[in-house]
Write a protein that binds this ligand. Structure first.
Ligand SMILES: [Zn+2]
Length: 105
């Protein structure tokens, strides 16, 4: 597949978000893109990130639904448990990423 513009192979960003310790001291988390859909407007997985720096490695994914809405997923326990019950809940890994991304539709 030919890309229309050059892309960094594994773009990485570091965010300072509440850490994994009990006091939630701010810690550095690295986000590495490991998948980007060739057409970000297509239905399905748009982008996935591997998140390091926490107690465990996590994966954050952005999905475009058939209705065209964007839905965030994270593999952390907080996202799994609270995200199931609260429709618009974002765990700290997703919230940190949202804070530094441009508005998307
Ligand atoms: Zn999370």
């Amino acid at each position: 597949m030919k890309l229309t513009q050059p892309r960094v192979k594994n773009p990485e960003l570091t965010l300072r978000i509440p850490g994994p310790d009990r006091k939630r001291n701010v810690a550095a988390y690295t986000y590495r893109v490991n998948y980007r859909a060739p057409d970000p407007r297509a239905t399905g997985c748009v982008t996935t990130w591997d998140v390091g720096g926490g107690r465990l490695p996590y994966q954050v994914a952005l999905e475009r639904t058939e209705a065209g809405l964007l839905r965030w997923h994270c593999s952390c326990a907080d996202a799994v448990y609270r995200g199931e019950r609260l429709q618009h809940y974002h765990c700290k890994h997703v919230a940190g990423l949202l804070d530094c991304l441009p508005a998307m539709d």
